[in-house]
Design a protein around this ligand. Structure first.
Ligand SMILES: [Zn+2]
Ligand SMILES: [Zn+2]
Length: 283
């Protein structure tokens, strides 16, 4: 089974996150390494980093994921915004390595009503720039599929493939698949048949080995709506069959499967539900 977990808060200090994972029986956690709404967030201190690493060894979660700030646009057509995004991403990578984080997930970017293909190329250039500037990088960078809201790119597997193909050191990068974004972008994963055809296509276009993390979210919006609205598991338009397929898919054994659903007070029961689906009869 995957390492089922959730996005947990860093309130009161980043070192509080691993125990928050333990309290909900999470086997992996995702965090923001700093305030995600600020370009220049307060940086954690050395003692925060050390404590976080120590506690990741003691608490229940085995793997850790960071979600980069939503402010970043690594494909921005605006020179100033692009520069700010790249330098903020470098700081994100530094925090991740200081924390011993396994994966950092980011939303590829938005073309802002300019050319989509150019935007994808700029995203790859941004990644090349960051990887060149951090030759000893440990954290693996994951491009997240998007719902395709507004001018966001990344809602087609071909987009993710274009980015991967244009990164020089592509052993440093991979992909995160968000079930809500996938559904909203048009992949009908409500049935086993739809699940299989989606990941066959993923394999054909991107290569299944590049898939490293799942975001596990139900959807408030229709298939193909291209709207990014998460729902709690079982309370949206996806089915229990979707999540049964996820936890019983042998290709995804041991991958972090992170809840980003709207109500953290029920994470524990959502995690329990997902664990019970493993090995059970298809709902
Ligand atoms: Zn995301
Ligand atoms: Zn989302």
């Amino acid at each position: 089974m995957g390492l089922i977990g959730a996005h947990v808060s860093i309130a009161g200090g980043i070192e509080n996150a691993p125990n928050r994972g333990t309290l909900i029986n999470a086997n992996s956690i995702q965090i923001f390494t700093a305030n995600q709404n600020q370009w220049f967030p307060k940086e954690p201190q050395k003692e925060n980093y050390l404590k976080f690493k120590e506690l990741m060894n003691l608490e229940t979660p085995k793997l850790s994921v960071s979600h980069a700030s939503y402010l970043l646009n690594m494909g921005s057509p605006d020179e100033k915004k692009l520069k700010m995004s790249r330098s903020a991403f470098l700081k994100e990578l530094d925090r991740c390595d200081n924390l011993g984080i396994n994966y950092v997930v980011f939303h590829p970017g938005s073309h802002m009503k300019t050319d989509e293909t150019m935007c994808l190329k700029r995203i790859a250039e941004s990644l090349n720039y960051c990887i060149e500037n951090r030759p000893d990088l440990n954290v693996k960078i994951l491009i997240e599929n998007t719902a395709g809201q507004g001018t966001n790119v990344g809602y087609k597997f071909e987009h993710l493939k274009t980015i991967l193909d244009n990164v020089d050191k592509n052993e440093k990068i991979g992909v995160c698949f968000d079930t809500q974004h996938g559904f909203a972008s048009g992949f009908d994963i409500r049935t086993k048949k739809g699940w299989d055809s989606t990941f066959d296509e993923f394999d054909k276009i991107i290569g299944i080995n590049n898939l490293k993390v799942f975001h596990v979210n139900d959807s408030k919006k229709e298939c193909g709506s291209r709207v990014d609205r998460h729902a709690s598991i079982g309370k949206g338009l996806l089915t229990l069959e979707t999540f049964w397929c996820l936890v019983n898919d042998e290709r995804f054994e041991n991958l972090p499967m992170i809840l980003e659903t709207p109500d953290p007070t029920i994470y524990e029961s959502e995690i329990e539900l997902l664990k019970q689906l493993k090995g059970s009869k298809k709902p």
